[in-house]
Design a protein around this ligand. Structure first.
Ligand code: SF4
Length: 352
């Protein structure tokens, strides 16, 4: 058990130099240690071969290192890699590595389970166990980056908060993790390469803008009327479409960052041309918005089915004809439990 040890990755360069000074160590060691932490992706103090053994021991006594371990790895035929992580007390969460069109994207979880019970989602069925700490979120990114380097010799280009959980319901830790990922002495990722995806909590979307967050913000829309959306996303009852669209526009105007709408097409539920017209109408209220049309990864035991490829294409062409940028996001890793929450959910059952 790590007790109250602090994660070494939470220290800024200045704090680390100060700590080293207190130990009678030269300041340049901070650069060596941070290189191991962020560039070389070390997962233990013992790997820090150019740091003297005595100093490594002191670090180990006072600081925590990797707060997650990998418990399972699955690789799909389309190269998608899914990792199941275990927290120090045995909770399972998941992260996914997606290779597509020159991008290498790490998809990370922000909570163990989720409290929002969206009707089409495996994670929603687990309930929320607890929030993840910023360390645990960043650790997922680092472990996925290591996986990308090993599997394809390439680093990450993008990070998306689209795994288990609703990021805005873990607001403080998620924002802290964004700071760590974008800090020049952290992973130094551009905020433009990071997307936070929310099921839609208007008040917190506005707060992100007010707090100076600059990453991309995506709203999981999935329906075009409140009545329809209430049926699949109970959070909509207190966050109606009008307030969500206004909050997204506010975020874009205040932050200057890109915004997008995520829209999973469900056969016979939200995939008529009437839906497409309403989607267009909503998108037109959002300057520069990008619409991602997502193929549904079916979840065993749930009755939702994904729309066929022709319908998805028709939606895309319709939106583009009227000047809205739309991309079809093909379902990845179909052969490896790739639906949100499936792998960890199975892990929970095995655990029980
Ligand atoms: S879709 Fe997202 S917000 Fe909804 S239940 Fe699943 S994890 Fe939670």
């Amino acid at each position: 058990m790590s007790g109250l040890k602090r994660n070494l990755r939470q220290l800024t360069r200045g704090q680390l130099e100060q700590w080293l000074k207190e130990q009678g160590e030269p300041a340049y060691r901070a650069g060596q240690i941070q290189e191991w932490l962020w560039q070389k992706g070390a997962v233990s103090f013992s790997e820090m071969s150019n740091v003297p053994m005595k100093l490594r021991q002191k670090l180990a006594e006072q600081f925590l290192f990797a707060p997650l371990s990998i418990n399972q790895r699955q690789q799909s035929r389309d190269q998608t890699i899914k990792l199941r992580f275990v927290t120090h007390e045995g909770f399972r969460i998941e992260g996914v590595l997606i290779f597509s069109e020159g991008r290498v994207t790490a998809c990370v979880s922000s909570q163990v389970g989720c409290s929002l019970t969206c009707a089409f989602c495996a994670t929603g069925r687990m309930g929320r166990q607890r929030n993840l700490s910023s360390d645990e979120i960043v650790e997922q990114v680092l472990l996925l980056r290591k996986e990308a380097l090993q599997a394809a010799g390439t680093s990450l280009t993008n990070v998306v908060y689209m795994g288990m959980g609703e990021p805005l319901l873990n607001y403080r830790e998620v924002v802290r993790s964004l700071e760590m990922l974008t800090a020049p002495d952290g992973l130094a990722l551009s905020p433009r390469r990071i997307t936070v995806s929310t099921a839609g909590i208007a008040k917190l979307m506005r707060r992100l803008a007010d707090d100076g967050v600059r990453v991309r913000l995506a709203l999981s829309l999935h329906a075009t009327t409140d009545e329809q959306r209430n049926r699949i996303m109970p959070i909509n009852e207190e966050n109606q479409l009008e307030s969500l669209i206004a909050a997204l526009r506010y975020y874009h105007e205040r932050s200057g960052s890109r915004i997008s709408l995520e829209y999973i097409l469900f056969a016979g539920f939200n995939d008529t041309m009437e839906d497409a017209r309403r989607l267009l109408k909503l998108a037109r209220q959002l300057p520069g918005v990008h619409v991602n049309l997502i193929e549904y990864n079916e979840v065993p035991g749930l009755s939702f089915r994904g729309s066929d490829a022709v319908t998805v294409k028709r939606f895309q062409e319709f939106l583009e004809r009227y000047g809205i940028a739309a991309t079809v996001r093909h379902s990845r890793g179909r052969d490896i439990d790739a639906a949100c929450g499936q792998l960890a959910n199975r892990g929970m059952k095995e655990q029980r």
